[in-house]
Design a protein around this ligand. Structure first.
Ligand code: SME
Length: 202
């Protein structure tokens, strides 16, 4: 794919078709011999952000030209990050901000249930769909403009039979419009998260 070329074909008029196209585009972007998660997640967050921006039927921009989906990115378990040069290990039980597109965001999120949408999606390894962030207990407001949100866990299945899967982080999408995300988005984004997980070494 040429640099920055994110055109959604005109015959794509449903969310299901949008996500099918997004999955194929991401697959081609990640389909090489590089499996570093920082590189893959950097491109994935950019592709998602710009694809939402280029799909005015459901996302696009508001009347004031603000992107509807104003943040697209990842929080990852701290153990994935390199230790500091002094040898100090990263703090345990937190998610650290990873690759993203959008305004600057909170750098750390405690992995404790009830401490926000990302924490809940991570702790329960389940997607959390929030129609109105103000009514979500514990929601962390990184950007006061955000009105709705969806967070999808990144779950790495075990290669050994009988061993549990491992949740390594979350994919987080924010919107400035109430109720932006629905069950179609959940389905589409869970497939995107699965592709990301299997394209990287964790
Ligand atoms: N709202 C999230 C925090 C991350 S930002 O939205 C980028 C939460 O409640 O966990």
């Amino acid at each position: 794919m040429p640099h920055g070329d994110i055109d959604i074909p005109e015959d794509i008029v449903t969310k299901a078709a949008f996500y099918a196209n997004l999955l194929l585009t991401l697959e081609s972007l990640l389909d090489d011999d590089q499996t570093n998660w920082i590189t893959a997640l950097s491109n994935a967050s950019s592709l998602l952000y710009h694809s939402f921006l280029s799909f005015p039927l459901f996302f696009g921009v508001t009347e004031t030209q603000t992107p509807v989906v104003n943040w697209s990115g990842f929080y990852l378990v701290s153990s994935l990050f390199p230790a500091s040069s002094s040898g100090k290990a990263p703090k345990a039980n937190i998610l650290l901000l990873g690759p993203f597109n959008g305004r600057p965001a909170c750098q750390q999120i405690r992995t404790v249930a009830g401490k926000g949408v990302c924490a809940d999606a991570f702790v329960n390894s389940e997607t959390v769909l929030v129609k109105d962030v103000e009514s979500y207990p514990g929601h962390i407001a990184c950007d006061g403009d955000t009105k709705s949100e969806i967070v999808i866990p990144l779950v790495v299945p075990s290669k050994i039979e009988g061993e549990p899967s491992r949740t390594v982080g979350v994919l987080d999408l924010d919107s400035v419009v109430l109720g932006t995300f629905d069950e179609e988005d959940r389905k589409g984004l869970e497939a995107i998260a699965e592709l990301i997980v299997r394209s990287c070494e964790w």
